[in-house]
Design a binder for this molecule. Structure first.
Ligand code: MLT
Length: 210
């Protein structure tokens, strides 16, 4: 059963789990997307998992996002920090309302960037993360205890938005804080490819998360 709800602090879609117990997925869409965008991907890579999918509250020319940016790749640092806290609070509200364990974030582009910010600022909010086309979200990343948290980062070798060294820096800073990071660079651009879907699905299975 699908639900689109606004009673909690974000407009969101929630779909309960239908298979054996596995962590829920927190779906975080890209710029201009909404709470429905990543549901088909989630269903493909984790068919039985619950999905919790909020819609970003920031509007950029009418396009939903999870935080404000000043230009492409230039983020409003105060807003990133505030919005990451707000999203982590929503996760906690939703966990209480729906009886969920800590979710694995599945974020694309702007959604991957806010997921990385939540990992750094509120690590307890997430059990792990799949970051698709992510960048470093915080100019001054805080110390954080990410001990053992599984994180998969999939970057595109031809991505015109995310510079290769930026994605590598994100992988390094999460690993330095203890996360179990796997970072792969795919022959792709900013958009997702079949390899993203295959690798994300295998990674969830190998980590025992589906
Ligand atoms: C961002 O603004 O988070 C990144 O530039 C990715 C994007 O949304 O285009």
């Amino acid at each position: 059963m699908l639900k689109a709800l606004s009673a909690l602090s974000f407009v969101h879609r929630f779909e309960p789990e239908s298979g054996p117990a596995a962590p829920p997925l927190l779906l975080l869409h890209g710029t201009g997307g909404d709470e429905n965008d990543l549901v088909p991907l989630a269903r493909t890579i984790a068919p039985g998992s619950a999905v919790l999918s909020p819609r970003g509250k920031v509007l950029e020319n009418g396009m939903p996002r999870f935080f404000r940016r000043l230009a492409e790749g230039v983020f409003d640092q105060d807003d990133v920090r505030r919005r990451a806290q707000e999203l982590a609070d929503f996760v906690s509200e939703a966990r209480a309302s729906y009886g969920l364990t800590a979710p694995i974030a599945l974020g694309f582009s702007n959604g991957a960037n806010i997921a990385a910010a939540v990992l750094l600022l509120r690590p307890e909010a997430l059990a792990g993360a799949i970051l698709l086309r992510a960048m470093v979200p915080l100019a001054v990343p805080p110390a954080a205890d990410l001990a053992g948290k599984p994180v998969l980062i999939l970057s595109g070798a031809m991505d015109p938005i995310v510079p290769a060294d930026n994605a590598a820096r994100l992988a390094a800073l999460l690993a330095e804080r203890g996360a179990a990071v796997r970072h792969e660079i795919l022959p792709a651009g900013h958009g997702l490819s079949k390899a993203d879907i295959a690798i994300a699905g295998q990674w969830l299975q190998t980590a025992g998360l589906t």
